[in-house]
Design a binder for this molecule. Structure first.
Ligand SMILES: [Fe+2]
Ligand SMILES: [Fe+2]
Length: 247
């Protein structure tokens, strides 16, 4: 694909989250996808299990962690043979992180409903909030850089090491970030808001997701992620099984 066409597609994707995430919804197979929360079950089909607000946030982290895996593997490959990393695959991963991670998960949910509540709550969790906000900002700066450097048909050779280092630093930051949110921030938030409000927020989050993506954003993002992994030859989980330890 030439760079103009790729830029056009990236531009359209950034302009419309729904287009980006729903671009992958044409395949009827839906392999590995969660059931669409908004659909009525077909006759004889089990009703979809309800997703709680905290579970919603954590499975979104699952999508973002898969993007981090793409970044990590790309950093290794860039150093071995830069031509083995197609810039448009990295660009798609960065676009997904922007639309699903930064503009939706962080900006619409965490920064509005989670972090301000935790900041006012007693305990250690409040102490993390300013750093988490800073890391959201740094992540967006890095995503801007990734989207800009992956516009070209190939990564310039004098940028390969900088790109690999930047990808690794992003992965390192976001792995810690999501781990603290999963283990400290979300539990503190759940305690602070109480069960009644949690149920309401679960519905609110679903509404926001539909507003943002027009349908089930998680399912579309998952499908998009699977396509990116496949394009990079990263879709076989068994390739990541560790070798036997030394005797
Ligand atoms: Fe966050
Ligand atoms: Fe998060």
């Amino acid at each position: 694909m030439d760079s103009k066409r790729r830029q056009l597609i990236a531009g359209i994707s950034l302009a419309s989250a729904g287009v980006l995430l729903n671009a992958c919804r044409t395949s009827p197979s839906g392999s590995g996808s969660a059931t669409n929360k908004s659909d009525e079950p077909a006759p004889g089909e089990a009703a979809p299990a309800e997703v709680t607000a905290a579970e919603d946030l954590m499975r979104e982290h699952g999508i973002l962690r898969r993007a981090l895996l793409v970044y990590q593997e790309s950093a290794v490959r860039l150093r071995q043979d830069a031509s083995s990393v197609p810039p448009d695959a990295l660009e798609k991963a960065a676009n997904l992180f922007r639309v699903f991670g930064e503009d939706y998960h962080e900006r619409k949910l965490e920064e509005v409903y989670i972090l301000p509540v935790v900041k006012k709550s007693p305990g250690v969790a409040a102490g993390y909030v300013d750093i988490l906000f800073e890391q959201h900002t740094r992540g967006r700066e890095i995503t801007d850089y990734l989207l800009s450097i992956t516009k070209a048909d190939r990564i310039p050779s004098n940028s390969v090491e900088t790109l690999a280092k930047t990808l690794e630093s992003f992965v390192r930051m976001y792995e810690h970030h999501a781990a603290i949110e999963d283990t400290v921030i979300f539990p503190a938030w759940k305690s602070a808001v109480g069960q009644g409000e949690l149920d309401e927020l679960g519905e609110k989050f679903e509404e926001i997701e539909h507003e943002q993506f027009g349908d089930d954003g998680f399912e579309a993002a998952l499908k998009r992620m699977e396509e990116i992994e496949t394009s990079l030859g990263l879709s076989n989980l068994d390739m990541f099984t560790a070798p036997k330890p030394p005797k």
